[in-house]
Write a protein that binds this ligand. Structure first.
Ligand code: PLP
Length: 374
């Protein structure tokens, strides 16, 4: 393997020239070529705690399945895609016609926004801050975004979101558990909100982190509801972010409309990724271990940070949201200097930051650097 030269890496990624501004830089971007900084550094030399990746994955069953599947990569994987759709459908008591696969769920968030934008001059209501990767594409399609601030406790303000809906609202977007804040809306509240919203327009419910939180998926509701789209991914609890497999669950009529935005429906993920995803669904032990380790490390980090005077929002996910006001100086810069990438900003001008939960060793290093610079 090529030896790792940190100075060259910083130069290549533009950090050396521009100073470290990843938080605000990412906040402002539509597409930023400097995103490559996340991939450029080999594991072990840079601590990557910025993208809510699962540091333990892929699990053993997915790894083996992916290695075995390489040999079949000369063939188009239509059968595997169907098998995965059937396997996913079984997990939610639905049929394969309720499932659409994508190269990560990001792709499908974009497709759902495109569907919502078919109604000219329409808007989407979203919490703020939120997972806004798809905002740029949505605006390009003609959908304006109405941002509704989270509550003081950094939870979705569902009442305010309902109030923000108007005759031109064609979609509401909710992430539950929420990214970047790690908070949840109770199952019963979410269900009644979903009923109210879908009586009027599409609800795009992003459940990327449900398995960490133990919240109930609303996916079974799509059987009788054409306005509900539930997005899920293999990137988080299954530890397969690089394999790029995500899916949405929706009524078959809605799936057909969403599939029209894919030149070849369900053909995004590779044969290798599909085989990995199929195996991952059966690896309950790996999911359980991930959950347990994540919780133990998250508790450790939360306790340490609280002791240092940094308020941490109780998290149900694989990342934490905290007020860095007690830290004097530029926390992101201090961490970057220590080869730790992962202090990100989602609220312009505020001291709130998000950091992913890495392994215990990684987070001990994060806390050590924090303490040394307080
Ligand atoms: C809330 C949320 N939705 C969707 C995604 C997209 O995941 P992917 O495109 O890797 O499936 C992410 C990734 O961080 C996320 O946090």
């Amino acid at each position: 393997m090529q030896s790792f030269d940190r100075r060259n890496w910083l130069k290549k990624s533009g950090l050396l020239l521009s100073g470290f501004t990843i938080g605000n830089g990412l906040l402002a971007r539509q597409y930023n070529f400097n995103d490559d900084i996340w991939e450029a550094a080999p594991d072990g030399q840079i601590i990557r705690i910025g993208q809510n990746e699962n540091p333990y994955g892929p699990g053993p069953m997915a790894r083996k399945a992916m290695m075995d599947a390489v040999i079949n990569s000369n063939r188009y994987p239509s059968e595997l895609a169907t098998q995965l759709r059937e396997r996913i459908a079984k997990a939610y008591n639905l049929t394969k016609d309720h499932v659409l696969l994508g190269a990560g769920s990001s792709e499908l968030l974009g497709n759902t926004a495109a569907l919502a934008a078919e109604k000219k001059g329409s808007n989407a209501v979203s919490g703020d801050p939120t997972f806004r990767l798809w905002f740029g594409a949505a605006e390009l399609f003609g959908l304006s975004i109405k941002k509704v601030p989270l509550t003081q406790d950094k939870v979705h303000d569902l009442d305010a979101m309902l109030k923000a809906m108007d005759a031109q609202t064609s979609m509401v977007y909710v992430v539950n558990p929420h990214n970047p804040t790690g908070t949840i809306v109770a199952d019963s509240e979410m269900q009644s909100f979903a009923e109210k919203v879908t009586a009027k327009c599409l609800l795009l419910l992003d459940e990327a982190y449900t398995e960490y939180a133990g919240t109930t998926s609303l996916a079974p509701m799509v059987a009788n509801n054409k306005n509900l789209v539930v997005a899920k991914t293999f990137s988080k609890i299954h530890g397969m972010a690089g394999a790029r497999v995500g899916f949405v669950l929706a009524h078959p009529d809605t799936i057909k409309k969403l599939a029209a935005y894919q030149p070849w429906a369900n053909a995004g993920p590779s044969a290798v990724s599909l085989a990995g995803a199929l195996a991952a669904m059966d690896d309950l032990a790996f999911m359980q271990q991930t959950r347990q380790k994540n919780e133990a490390v998250r508790n450790y980090v939360t306790k340490e940070m609280n002791q240092l005077g940094l308020k941490v929002i109780p998290s149900y996910t694989s990342f934490i949201y905290y007020d860095s006001a007690a830290f004097k100086g530029d926390l992101a810069q201090v961490m970057t200097q220590a080869n730790i990438m992962g202090v990100r900003t989602y609220e312009n001008g505020s001291s709130w930051r998000r950091t992913s939960i890495g392994t215990m060793e990684e987070m001990q290093q994060f806390i050590k650097v924090l303490k040394a610079n307080m």
